[in-house]
Write a protein that binds this ligand. Structure first.
Ligand code: ATP
Ligand code: MG
Length: 354
């Protein structure tokens, strides 16, 4: 997997409600989605040349809208398989929902008790991602943007390692966003992120993202409240514009508890091989735990949309976090339904010369 840190290359491989679940189970929803999928739809949309062309008819336009919404809500789209089980839309923040992070258990693991219990399922999800990514890459019409946000030590790096092992590095770019450079600060806040959105056929992973510009800037009082508040709207519009250009956006908040962060920081201090990861800045940031929780809660409540949903992933237990994220990404890719392009005509008569 290719990766960058701002402009720096980064070594490879190091993101709800019960209401959503009820919706997912609705057979009515499934029937509606079924009629929106398939080759007929692909032909009607026919955006192969640029991916930007407007649908030719009102019906095609409506179907295009359906297709985009269903990619952002994977369980609402019927694919060849039954709906995902267990259904992780339970962790999705429904558009308009007022999220309470305090009510979300960061230690949840459903009925699973150990890493061994999920080993096979995780391998299946990884291979689904790998297979679907190959199709997305070959199709070169659409792309996927994955946003990872968390408190310090929340496990963004571990997620990338654990979920994307096995994905063709050519089709995937990771960008880690740090404090903006002078050049970046001299532009509008979205400038640096827009340059890293995925090209057609690609998956882009944002390790931290444009959400820092409504999180850290708020908690550390780097800009006025009116300025960060209006960014919710700007971000929503921007993500909507991306989705209309064929970029499916999904966003994961890796939810850990305050105690778990303490354990992780202590373990970084205690283990010589992990000490390099320890930053005294993490201790300073920890003092703002409650402010960050509030900032995350508000940001997620204000920016979860059908076309760009947030998932609050229980992340105290790393293997469960990886399973939830891998499955959600695989389901999202499957709902996008990427296809290998048709082969050139007349290949049956072609022989390869000696
Ligand atoms: P690691 O796992 O390596 O610690 P990290 O993402 O925490 O990864 P750091 O270099 O420790 O990386 O921290 C990056 C810092 O940059 C964070 O404190 C973050 O809040 C800050 N940052 C990111 N984006 C912005 C921004 N737009 N404005 C201000 N600060 C930012
Ligand atoms: Mg850090």
């Amino acid at each position: 997997m290719a990766g960058t840190t701002g402009t720096r290359r980064r070594a490879p491989a190091k993101a709800a409600s019960s209401k959503g679940r009820a919706k997912a189970a609705s057979s009515k929803g499934r029937a509606k989605s079924a009629s929106a999928g398939g080759a007929e739809e692909a032909a009607a949309l026919d955006t192969r040349a640029t991916g930007h062309e407007e649908p030719r008819t009102k019906r095609a336009a409506a179907r295009k809208g359906d297709a985009q919404a269903s990619a952002g809500a994977p369980e609402k789209k019927v694919v060849a398989h039954p709906p995902p089980k267990p259904d992780y839309p339970r962790y999705r923040v429904e558009p308009g929902q007022r999220l309470s992070l305090a009510k979300q258990d960061p230690g949840a693991t459903e009925h699973y008790e150990s890493k061994r219990d999920i080993k096979e399922d995780l391998a299946t999800q990884r291979s689904r991602i790998s297979d679907l990514q190959a199709r997305l890459y070959a199709e070169r019409r659409r792309s996927l943007l994955i946003v990872l946000q968390a408190m310090d030590t929340g496990g963004k790096d571990g997620t990338i390692r654990g979920v994307f092992a096995g994905v063709n590095p050519q089709g995937c770019v990771v960008t880690s966003f740090k404090q903006p450079s002078v050049d970046e600060s001299d532009h509008d806040f979205l400038w640096r992120y827009h340059q890293r959105t995925p090209q057609r056929g690609m998956i882009s992973i944002f390790n931290r993202s444009h959400y820092e510009d409504v999180l850290v800037v708020r908690v550390k009082k780097l800009i006025e409240e009116a300025a960060w508040r209006q960014r919710y709207h700007i971000i929503n519009e921007w993500e909507h514009a991306l989705s209309l250009s064929g970029v499916t956006v999904i966003k994961f908040f890796l939810h850990i508890s305050r105690d778990e962060q303490k354990r992780r920081l202590e373990s970084r201090l205690a283990d010589p091989d992990k000490r390099w990861k320890f930053s005294v800045n993490d201790i300073r940031e920890r003092e703002h735990w409650d402010d960050y929780q509030q900032a995350f809660q508000d940001a997620l409540s204000n920016t979860s949309a059908e076309h760009a949903p947030w998932y609050v992933v229980p992340s105290n237990v790393k293997w469960y976090r990886n399973l939830v994220i891998a499955r959600t990404i695989a389901d999202t890719l499957e709902a996008m339904d990427p296809r290998f392009p048709p082969a050139a005509e007349g290949l049956d008569d072609v022989t390869v010369p000696d």
